[in-house]
Design a protein around this ligand. Structure first.
Ligand code: RUQ
Ligand code: CUA
Length: 620
């Protein structure tokens, strides 16, 4: 299986690079706009995407914000930006990362790299409860969709380095997957020389356990793999429920200049993991505890991991809605490979193997493949419609190809402006996609909007897929840097209006201005503060220089969107408290003087009056 036809590979690679850069160069000069190929009649497009004042969008789209560390929420089809959910980075607009609670969650880090949002599922359908997002740096976060707030950040997970293949979720939200993009010695404290990469460096595939009631995540179990650089994943569904699939781009075990060393083979692998069997083995105490997590070696637990050869340096791996097909997009070629799950199971049963990698059986390609679909150059990711159609993004061709499962016929293409990465279809990762809308998440947008200097926004282009022919209907410009997005029916999400008073069990919460005030215990000072239109009580907080001050702020409003803030620049304090919520901030009062604090959120006609003073009396 180590056949190296690297001359052809290098040639194909060079050609792709030339085409890619050519595409990049001429992108801006592509005739601007209106009647470009695939663009719908303007009046029809306008009507389809127009959401009149007061009307609501039919869908929410949750888009990852790359290394902004945030998630952006858009309405579909209007593509209007509705909200920003800070996850891995402080966000002063909502005070995230400034109060004690969110600061503790961030754990001293101020950025993360979000790639793949994954909505919680029940029976393979989005259930509207939580959104999980990965951080490339080995973390995963849970956002509660009752209030669109980040509730948990788990990690960095031991043994994992560079978690690109997250946060893909199993059909009943049992697990969220992670996998290492950067192989490293396991345990990580072994400083093994890079010369021993092929044998001593390891990959890790991790199943993060999710509590079905609360969504609380815990480290789960892990599987030790060869050092293959895992890229993306998807969980099986329906017939393939219990399995998960992971693509890799370095089956060569290359080091150094990976663009060459990891592009030698004609085929890399997609790993098929029987996660239900693996979970049983872990529960039975098999494997070893490494870095505090149970790690299974597939050599010693046969049946949990198999390798499917897939051309060439596959990127996305996507399971069809019926769970029958596994689509592997070989980014360095012009085809996308479709595997048949039933054939895979048969091949496993018949031990139809062509070799092994570190004791993991390699399945015979011809026995498990159904088709190589000639979608176009640089296929990256595939999404699905309700009617057996698949939509594959083509990075090099800068287009989306529509093709049919089963007949493998490519029926339509629509150009993207420019260089599409992911794409997201309405309810596209469920067992019953909606069709209707598809959003292309592009890397470039140059020339499609007013220029804003050398760094331009990316574009998210809305495509109408309700007819046979795809039609580009809207250009939206997105915060950097959208990788993946998911689109969920709006009526599946049930948000709360306020935090109900009865659910606030914070020990320092006070609900009446007469209970507000400052207490002291030695040099520890606690200020219980009430925020309500249009006063901050108390209006003076007096402490001594050197005191440790804990300010607990309760917003006692019970009407929606009545936010109050507590801003005090001299101590870099910026807290925003939602109605019914309590937040705390703790600081050492090391600077003497008089410092004003004020409400940062415009809350009433008397918002300007909502202010007070911190007086820090000098020592001695
Ligand atoms: S990807 S570079 Cu999801 Cu195509 Cu992250
Ligand atoms: Cu409260 Cu402004």
């Amino acid at each position: 299986m180590r056949s190296k036809s690297w001359i052809t590979s290098a040639a194909v690679f060079v050609i792709i690079v030339i085409i890619a850069s050519a595409a990049g160069r001429c992108a801006p000069s592509t005739p601007k706009g209106r009647k470009a190929g695939g663009v719908s009649d303007i009046a029809v497009a306008a009507q389809k995407t127009y959401v009149a004042p007061g009307d609501l969008d039919e869908y929410y789209m949750f888009a990852s914000g790359g290394h902004s560390g945030q998630v952006y929420v858009y309405g579909v089809p209007s593509m209007r930006h509705l909200s920003t959910i800070p996850v891995f980075a402080p966000y002063s607009a909502t005070g995230y990362g400034y109060d004690d609670e969110s600061k503790a969650m961030l754990g001293g880090l101020t950025w993360g790299d979000v790639h793949h949002p994954s909505l919680s599922e029940t029976g393979g359908d989005y259930d509207g409860r939580w959104l999980f997002v990965n951080d490339i740096n080995g973390r995963v976060a849970r956002i509660d969709l009752r209030d669109f707030k980040t509730k948990q950040i788990l990690g960095p997970i031991p043994n994992i380095s560079g978690n690109h293949a997250g946060a893909f979720i199993t059909p009943n939200s049992e697990y969220s997957f992670m996998a290492s993009r950067f192989s490293a010695p396991v345990p990580r404290t072994n400083a093994v020389s890079i010369d021993q990469y092929a044998s001593q460096y390891k990959g890790i595939i991790a199943a993060i356990a999710i509590d079905p009631k609360t969504g609380q995540m815990s480290p789960g179990f892990q599987i030790l793999t060869p050092p293959f650089d895992w890229d993306l994943s998807d969980a099986g569904k329906l017939v393939s429920d219990g399995w998960a699939f992971f693509s890799c781009y370095n089956s060569e075990r290359g080091t150094g200049k990976l663009e060459v060393t990891a592009s030698q083979r004609d085929r890399d692998y997609i790993a098929a993991i029987n996660w239900k069997e693996a979970a049983k083995a872990a529960a039975a105490g098999q494997g070893d505890m490494i870095g505090g997590v149970r790690v299974l070696d597939p050599k010693k637990v046969p049946g949990i991991m198999f390798l499917m050869p897939c051309g060439k340096s596959p990127h996305g791996v996507d399971v069809s809605p019926d769970g029958k097909y596994i689509v592997g997009s070989g980014k360095l070629q012009g085809v996308t490979t479709v595997f048949n799950f039933e054939k895979m199971i048969t091949a496993i049963r018949n031990k139809n193997f062509t070799g092994q990698e570190d004791g993991i059986p390699v399945l015979k390609y011809e026995a498990i493949k159904d088709a190589e679909v000639a979608v176009g150059l640089g296929p990256l990711h595939t999404q699905f419609g309700p009617d057996g159609y698949a939509y594959t993004s083509l990075f090099v061709d800068s287009a989306i190809a529509k093709w049919k499962l089963g007949t493998w016929e490519v029926v339509d293409k629509v150009p993207m402006s420019y260089s599409i990465g992911h794409l997201a279809a309405a309810e596209g990762d469920t067992v019953s996609p909606d069709g209707k809308w598809l959003v292309g998440l592009n890397k470039l947008s140059h020339g499609r909007h007013l220029s804003v200097g050398p760094s331009q926004p990316e574009s998210s282009q809305l495509v109408d897929i309700s007819d046979e022919k795809m039609k580009l209907v809207y250009d939206a410009f997105t915060e950097p840097e959208p990788h993946y997005a998911q689109i969920i029916k709006a009526d599946k999400i049930h948000t709360i209006e306020v935090y109900p008073k009865e659910e606030n069990h914070h020990p320092l919460a006070v609900w009446d201005v007469k209970d507000a005030g400052v207490t002291r215990n030695g040099t520890n000072v606690t200020a219980k503060v009430v925020l309500v239109r249009s006063t901050i009580t108390p209006s003076v907080i007096e402490v001594n220089q050197g005191d440790l001050v804990n300010v607990a702020l309760t917003n006692i409003e019970q009407s929606t969107d009545e936010l109050h803030g507590f801003g005090l620049i001299d101590y870099n304090i910026n807290i925003v408290v939602d109605p019914g919520e309590t937040k705390t901030v703790t600081f050492r009062a090391d600077k003497p003087g008089v410092f004003a604090y004020y409400c940062t959120n415009f809350c009433s006609a008397l918002h300007q009056e909502m202010q007070g003073y911190l007086i820090v009396k000098p020592r001695g």
